[in-house]
Design a protein around this ligand. Structure first.
Ligand SMILES: [Zn+2]
Length: 177
């Protein structure tokens, strides 16, 4: 949905659980972000804001096991930046998904612990119905969260666990004041 209605290379995260031998992606989140036509800029600040909001809403950020992004009208493949990002997560495992407006998807699993392994080309089954209300919500969310900037690639080490620890620390410090 996000990929279909946004002209930019948006990205975000999602919640994944294992059901038998299958991964089920249930919630997909669009981060507040600045993007350009050629580079997705997903900053630690965007990520931290996202985690803060999630904890404030009473959700559990530990199930965040999906990184997704859009290639808009380009084919789905792993660019150098994508390889770097997909390889920089600190979870035990992480799914990465890239999609485009032609509704092509590519999905891979990166295992980091107890050993390092990448399995590319997983099968994706999509199970949702397009209803009008959701479409409007998605368009509204995109206009609120995504702003365009000049091309400027940013690399960062994505560490959900560390961001969480930092966040809890800040929360407890805030309470003490
Ligand atoms: Zn990409």
């Amino acid at each position: 949905m996000y990929i279909r209605y946004c002209q930019e290379e948006v990205s975000g995260l999602g919640r994944v659980s294992m059901v038998g031998n299958n991964f089920v992606i249930h919630d997909v989140y669009l981060l507040e972000q600045k993007v350009s036509a050629t580079n997705t800029v997903l900053s630690p600040k965007d990520l931290s804001n996202f985690l803060v909001k999630m904890v404030t809403d009473g959700d559990d950020p530990e199930g965040i096991k999906l990184w997704w992004h859009s290639h808009v009208d380009m084919p789905v493949f792993w660019s150098n930046i994508d390889e770097h990002t997909a390889g920089s997560f600190r979870n035990k495992w992480m799914l990465s998904l890239v999609g485009n407006k032609a509704e092509e998807f590519r999905i891979r699993l990166d295992i980091f612990d107890p050993f390092r392994l990448t399995i590319d080309g997983l099968e994706l089954k999509i199970d949702f119905s397009d209803d009008l209300i959701m479409t409007e919500d998605v368009k509204k969310e995109i206009s609120e969260k995504v702003s365009s900037v000049n091309p400027f690639p940013v690399f960062f080490d994505f560490d959900v666990a560390q961001a969480l620890v930092d966040h809890r620390l800040r929360l407890s410090q805030r309470r003490k004041k």
